[in-house]
Design a protein around this ligand. Sequence first.
Ligand SMILES: [Zn+2]
Length: 133
Amino acid sequence: MAQGYQADKARKEAVNALGRELARRSKSRCEFCGAAGRPLEVLEVLPLPDRPDPTRAVLLCEPCAEGGRGGRLEPYERWRFLEETVWSDVPAVQVMAVRVAKRLQRANVVWVQDLLSGLYLDPEIEAWAGQSG
Ligand SMILES: [Zn+2]
């Protein structure tokens, strides 16, 4: 158990260490909603790579990280920015945006149906977005 804890802790530190590089990529803004001047959190995009990798991680504000982790999405209207974010040229951002959009689609959010039906995804991105673990 102690070993697992150490491994978790080491991973967490390595993930947090990506923050600086991701802040450069995102100009210290949330990579989902574009919010600036807020605390930002590094979130890895599943499936987890062997070691934390900035190309497989995103930098998000608190409510965006909550949704990105699979948590609460209400109020659904706050996610309207996904209409732009799903076209991000950063693959990890695009994949996570598509996953959140698909959850909104399952919740029958009307504007998301249009967003997803008009979306063209690179086959690699589509395959990645379809993986969960
Ligand atoms: Zn945000």
